[in-house]
Ligand binder design. Sequence first.
Ligand SMILES: [Zn+2]
Ligand SMILES: [Zn+2]
Ligand SMILES: [Zn+2]
Length: 174
Amino acid sequence: MRVHEHVKLSTAAAVIVAPWLKTDTWIPFAASVLIDVDHYLWHAITYRTLSLRAAVRYFGQADPPQSSEARLLHHPIILVTLLFLAIRLHSRLLALILSGLLFHVCLDAIHVSRVNHLKWTLSQQAHHTCSECGQQYAALQLHTIYVARNLLDRYNPEHFVVLCPTCHELAHGS
Ligand SMILES: [Zn+2]
Ligand SMILES: [Zn+2]
Ligand SMILES: [Zn+2]
């Protein structure tokens, strides 16, 4: 899920919980937005560049490599450790941070399952044929042609096409 979508959904969640958390609302909000900083840090270390632009370009590739090192803060071990510490230390701060992280990770998981489902259905419908070059390909890739502002419309099959890796690369290059 894209950063601006996380910001939008986290803002909505923050508005809902604000009456209970009051001034602490910003803590889970910040955690749920800043968790993706792990992608940036991983890119900065791996490619020895602090450029945010380069990181955005890297993760905006047609089919960016999905390494778990790039998603360190999303890792269950980190989340379970935080849960353990929050209980052990009776820390409200840690519990709030953890709830923000969990909110984000859940959204990511929903996103991945929706995207995989779309990829599967659209590939079946297209008989595993690339919609650009017409070549048959066993593992087509899902390409977003339109990111709907309305989240209810976000996973509408009309906003996606399945492409072979070559055409997908070209689609992102232009
Ligand atoms: Zn994420
Ligand atoms: Zn193609
Ligand atoms: Zn794409």
